[in-house]
Design a protein around this ligand. Sequence first.
Ligand code: PMP
Length: 362
Amino acid sequence: MTKRAYNFNAGPAALPLEVLERAQADFVDFRGTGMSIMEMSHRGKVYEEVHNEAQSRLLSLLGNPSGYKVLFLQGGASTQFAMVPMNFLTAGKTGSYVLTGSWASKAEKEARLIGETHIAASSENNKFMSIPDLSSIEIPENAAYLHVTSNETIEGSQYQQYPDTGSVPLIADMSSDILCREFDVNQFDFIYAGAQKNLGPSGVTVVIAREELLAESPKHIPTMLRYSTHAANNSLYNTPPSFSVYMVNEVLKWIEEQGSLAGVEKINREKAGLIYDTIDSSEGFYRGPVEAGSRSIMNITFRLPSEELEKQFIKESEQEGFVGLKGHRSVGGLRASIYNAVPYENVKALADFMNHFQKNHG
Ligand code: PMP
């Protein structure tokens, strides 16, 4: 049997073994065509079926909200940082952003290249170790939208509830927590996510948005950067990342098999609970810097009493087969990314390792 690592990478990240095996079986002869999905026309019936299946499966997992469309784009979530303001930040309007950490800040900074921005709330004073109080969010009258980052992959914080923006469109970067739990899509007008954490491999960026937001885009922006181009052509204006879309479809099937969003949420909460309990019962040996009410169930960040011990932790954990536990270089410390596909057993193994490490070094 293949030996699989205890993979805690932040992204690209662990994929379900069942999906990888399915892809392996499909690899050279997809659905009896005598070729791989990568070798066939994206205009053909076989590929289009997969493409449409992935879209409808995603909407079905979200409860088939009415009036929403799914797009498959390229360029990563980083390209969405620019496309969102290019398409929606029209003259006289401001792009309003909630700053919660590195990714929200990058999104806002990119929007400044396109137009005027506004900070609706920020936890920067708290070193981004919390999600700002929703009641502190101020949305200006001329806001084109309010942009939030549902989960800060680097700092390890996550919204527990979302602001009510009234008639102002709510836009969310859900790259690192999409489909990790049940949520009401109707609260959002526009959602985007790079696939390489909870949805599949890198190469495709998923958009779920209200159709009316996609209907018309400013004519002065390049064709490929207009949402209307992709919406009008079912994301087949140009060649889509066909293999990535196929993989997303398989990951979505796997989520259905886990009991859909309610099923994965239950396991995700148990997994996160294992690590947070280990941190909280360590009598200060492990420290979770993010405020309790803002803790992410996808990216768990933690510190040890010294940087030397953190280095030692990485070294010993690697010897035991754990991968990807080093915190992002910009913040240091440790980070366990426990996306949907990271098995409960692997998270249990990490909790056991943490206890063991504390016994030896505490
Ligand atoms: N937003 C968030 C929350 C992310 O975690 C990432 C990637 N780690 C990005 C945006 C950027 O995504 P990409 O690399 O697909 O451009």
